[in-house]
Design a protein around this ligand. Structure first.
Ligand code: TXA
Ligand code: MG
Length: 323
């Protein structure tokens, strides 16, 4: 059911859940103070209850409901990157519902830059919003994706297709050393332009590291089709119309394969849409041309999402291609 932002605010205040657009992906929103509505998010998405939610705010003053401790690093990053696709961890205020943080003593917070999201939060106060996809499905970047996952019953505000297309960067900078728990559009280099001396570790492209972010242990974003790396030469030997080829380099042009080609920014924006489209077309494989993380600032986050969509046995040769 498509609704406008006014109606969305009304429903959220009444304790309902609503899908809303953000600049990254669509979120499934509930008021941060409504336990029943938050429960309903977990049930509706089919989300494991040990995977905490991100609180979304529209004004820094709303942080006072969420945390009592803001350090210099957090302050500088909020000033530099909010509103925008950077989620920061804070020490949780005792009053904040444990259901949001899955019992952790930290809470993830971001201020989205999408005007519709900001307008809604200004009226409702802070909301929690995980990505709106059903658990295990690729994130939703268009209203059609939400209608596909939930049918027409879930109220959703149409904000068009999401500008960035992958979820926010999640950064833990509570302690002196910062850790990127989930890579996104805001990179370590971006962060270091504001805080040149901050030591930043990345924990997300290495499966062996114990997950610090509960969400990292779940395989998200898996389409039904098998996602694998494939060079243009390898693809040349494959004769199948059930393979979709995604590539950024533009060196390959085959009449035998359905394909998608764009630059890194657009590729990232369209990634989940391509995954979902392949499933709709009953394609069996999504072959992706290897690329290197250094090729573009977004490449590392894009790689992270592609890896998450790969089955374990397909992932194996990945590190040889791009580490
Ligand atoms: O771009 C985004 O962040 C989107 C839009 C809707 O804002 N939201 C989103 O939420 O991606 P979700 O729930 O799909 O992903 C949140 C991630 C999960 O991996 C979760 O484990 C992690 O953030 N997270 C949340 N709270 C955390 C905490 N206190 N400590 C560590 N990780 C946390
Ligand atoms: Mg998600």
């Amino acid at each position: 059911m498509i609704i406008d932002s006014e109606k969305a605010s009304e429903l959220l205040i009444k304790g309902k859940i609503v899908a809303i657009p953000t600049e990254t992906v669509y979120g499934l929103a509930a008021s941060f103070s409504d336990l029943l509505a938050i429960d309903s998010i977990f049930v509706t998405k089919g989300r494991p209850s040990d995977n905490p939610l991100i609180v979304h705010i529209s004004d820094i003053s709303q942080l006072s409901f969420i945390t009592d401790e803001i350090n210099e690093t957090q302050l500088k990053l909020m000033n530099a990157f909010w509103p925008g696709p950077l989620t920061l961890l804070f020490k949780k205020k005792a009053e904040l519902l444990d259901r949001i943080t899955a019992g952790l003593d930290t809470v993830a917070v971001r201020m989205p830059s999408h005007p519709i999201a900001l307008e809604i939060i200004q009226k409702t106060g802070p909301i929690v919003a995980p990505s709106a996809n059903k658990s295990g499905k690729p994130s939703t970047t268009r209203v059609e994706h939400i209608l596909h996952d939930y049918g027409g019953l879930l109220p959703v505000v149409d904000g068009g297709s999401c500008e960035i297309g992958i979820e926010s960067t999640v950064l833990d900078c509570i302690a002196e050393k910062a850790t990127i728990l989930r890579p996104g559009k805001i990179t370590a280099d971006d962060i270091q332009t504001v805080l040149p001396h901050l030591i930043i570790e990345s924990s997300s492209n290495h499966d062996s590291i114990k997950p610090k972010s509960p969400g990292m242990k779940y395989t998200h974003y898996s389409p039904n089709a098998t996602v694998r790396w494939m060079t243009p030469d390898e693809l040349d030997g494959v004769y199948s119309d059930t393979v979709r080829y995604l590539h950024v380099h533009g060196k390959f042009n085959s009449k035998n394969h359905k394909g998608y080609h764009s630059n890194f920014t657009q590729f990232t924006k369209d990634l989940f849409d391509q995954f979902r489209f392949a499933d709709m077309e009953h394609e069996t494989e999504i072959a992706i041309e290897p690329f290197h993380c250094d090729e573009n600032p977004i490449a590392s986050a894009l790689l992270n999402r592609i890896r998450k969509a790969m089955k374990a046995e397909v992932k194996l040769n990945h590190d040889e291609i791009c580490s």
